[in-house]
Ligand binder design. Sequence first.
Ligand SMILES: [Ca+2]
Ligand SMILES: [Ca+2]
Ligand SMILES: [Ca+2]
Ligand SMILES: [Zn+2]
Length: 302
Amino acid sequence: MLALGALTAVAAENYRNIGVNAKLEAMGSKLRLSHAEFSVSREGSFDTVRTVFFKNTGNKQLGHHWAADENLAGFPSTSIFYVTDTVDGAANDGMGGSIDANVTTSQIDAGMAAWDAIGCATLPIVNGGAVPLDLGLVEDLVGGFGSSGLTLVGGVTHGGWLPWEFFEIIGGPGGGNGILGVTFTFIWTDDDGNPLDSNSDGKIDTALREIYMNNNFAWEIGNAQGTGVFDIVAVMNHEQGHALSQGHFGSIIRNGAGKLVWTPKDGDNVMLAAISSNQLFEGFQGSDIGGHCSIWADWPLK
Ligand SMILES: [Ca+2]
Ligand SMILES: [Ca+2]
Ligand SMILES: [Ca+2]
Ligand SMILES: [Zn+2]
C-alpha cells in the first residue's frame, strides 16, 4: 500500500522550480512549497504521474503529515479545517456553460463529509466555509490568476477551477491537457530552511494544502455524459484524499514502447493516480479506506 506520498527514489527530473519558494523566502516566510500530486486523465498521455517535488527536503524517505501542534494552525487543534473559494468555483461543463460554484461547493462538502464518515479515526473535518474570495497561495505566487493570495494556514484550501495555463506552468508542457487536479503540500521550515517535524512522528509537518481543478477539461456530476466529461466527485474526493495525507494507490509506468501502463489495470480505487472520464465515484474501495485508517487511526498522537 502506498501512503503518505511514497516518497522513495526521487529522480532529479522530478524536481520542478516554479519560483514559488524564492518568493516565499524573499517575503521572509517560513512556509515552503514541498510537493504536489498530479492526478491525470487516464485517456491522456501526460506522464508526470508521480509526486512532483518543488523543494529538496534532504531525506526523501520522509512522509508528510499534519501535526496537531501550534506551529501549524497558529493554535493547537486536532481538527482539520477546510475552506472553499467560490470566485473560481465554476466548472466548465464542456457545452459552453458552467456548473455553478454553489453546486461544486456542495460536492466539495460532500467529499470531505465522505472521508470524515469513514470513521476509523477521531478526526473532525470541519468546514470553515465557502467564501466569495479568490483563495490560493500557489495561484497568487505563480501570478496572473487574480488570486488574493489568501490561504488557510493549518488547513485545506479549495482554490477553485483554473485555466489550462496554470497547469502548464505547474506541470510543465502537457500539464494543461493532462492534469485533472492537483494537491499542493506546503511545509514549515526553521531559520536554516530545514523542514520541521515538531511532533517527532518521523514525518515532515504539513503546514497547509491547496487543491486546484483544471477547467480545460469538461466536468459533470456523475457519468451521464460518459467519455470526455469528468466526474467532479471522483476527482475531488481523490484530491481530498491527498489533502488528508494519502498518496496514490497502484502505479503508472511508461513501458519500452512508450505506452503508459497502469496497475491495477481496471481498479476503481479512488486513490488511483489516473482517472477515466467514463467513471464515477461509487464509494471508497478497501485500499482507500485502509490507507485512510493507517494514516489517521492514531491521530492526534501521530
Ligand atoms: Ca482561487
Ligand atoms: Ca511531524
Ligand atoms: Ca463522464
Ligand atoms: Zn492524485
